[in-house]
Design a binder for this molecule. Structure first.
Ligand SMILES: [Zn+2]
Length: 330
């Protein structure tokens, strides 16, 4: 069966633990997907090889070839040079922040054009175009994961300010409060980011506090408290997990409501690793936690769970490929 002649694009979500790839057809439906572990060696080149090979697997799943793609979009953490397709300073990727030349890598290894942008930005855009906010003109994305990322769409256009807008995690919810991984104090992320929650959990555990968190982590062969580990601990009624998640929700309530007071968006979408893993019951908890801080409290925005789930990042990345891309001449 020969592949249909239609415009195909690839999307890659490059995360600290896994790489997710999708192939979208001309109607932006997922027709192939693949997943692999992010390399743990220390070479930036290994990341590029893994990206290309995972994209190749998604193409195989869709019964097409890499060369059939009009282009590949990549969502990545770290600082992005979108024009040159380079990622730097991503602390949780191999190479310890060394430049990862993604566009050049795809050109050389796959003869394919690649477009790179921030992982949260592309995930929020996917929810705006195809997911929970597709009927909204304005949107605040809240990506609750290792950190708390944000994304803003106003009048149907993404708002990135001078390049650093929507750093929602660093909205201050308590002056002189908890130390944030950014080095400042009182940021929402210092309470709600999974990274900060883990630091706090480890400290409490060391002090002798009882918790199932680290047992669950070890049983799953993990070295970090992943979203799945938190979810399981909550299901078990683990007291420390409940306490730290309650604290996170309280901070999210204040921080997200403050952003809503400023922007008044139609829709707030809750995504990110922890947000999508904990799901609707916790979206409801965020709604409740926001309420006391909303200035116009009788007309709250719609607060919705991200609809595209785990594939959202890769789908959003695929949308980076500009519509005019002709693809490789065959
Ligand atoms: Zn901070």
């Amino acid at each position: 069966m020969s592949p249909p002649r239609r415009r195909l694009v690839g999307g890659l979500d490059l995360g600290g633990t896994k790489i997710q790839a999708v192939v979208l057809d001309g109607r932006r439906s997922v027709i192939g997907e693949a997943k692999s572990a992010t390399p743990t060696t220390d070479g930036a080149q290994d990341v590029i090889l893994a990206l290309v090979s995972t994209m190749g697997s998604a193409c195989a799943d869709a019964d097409v070839e890499l060369g059939d793609l009009a282009g590949v979009g990549v969502g990545s953490p770290g600082a992005i040079d979108a024009r040159r397709g380079i990622v730097t300073g991503a602390r949780n990727l191999p190479g310890e922040g060394a430049p990862i030349k993604i566009a050049a890598g795809f050109r050389t290894l796959a003869d394919t054009r690649a477009y790179v942008d921030n992982d949260v930005t592309v995930g929020v855009n996917a929810e705006y175009q195809l997911g929970a906010a597709r009927r909204s003109k304005s949107l605040l994305g809240v990506w609750w994961g290792t950190g708390v990322g944000g994304g803003i769409v106003l009048h149907g256009e993404p708002w990135d300010g001078r390049g650093a807008a929507a750093e929602l995690g660093h909205v201050v919810v308590r002056i002189g409060g908890a130390e944030c991984t950014c080095g400042r104090r009182g940021c929402m992320e210092a309470y709600a980011g999974r990274g900060s929650m883990e630091i706090r959990a480890r400290r409490e555990h060391k002090k002798g506090r009882k918790t199932e968190l680290f047992k669950i982590m070890e049983k799953r062969g993990r070295t970090r408290l992943t979203s799945g580990v938190w979810a399981r601990a909550l299901e078990h009624g683990d007291e420390l997990a409940i306490e730290l998640v309650d604290r996170a929700l309280e901070a999210l309530g204040a921080g997200v409501a403050s952003a809503v007071n400023l922007l008044d968006p139609e829709t707030v979408v809750i995504g990110g690793g922890l947000g999508t893993r904990l799901g609707e019951p916790y979206v409801e908890r965020i709604r409740e936690a926001m309420q006391p801080h909303l200035f116009v409290d009788d007309r709250p925005p719609r607060v919705a769970l991200a609809e595209l789930g785990d594939l959202g990042g890769a789908i959003g990345a695929a949308l980076l490929v500009p519509p005019g891309s002709p693809g490789r001449k065959r």
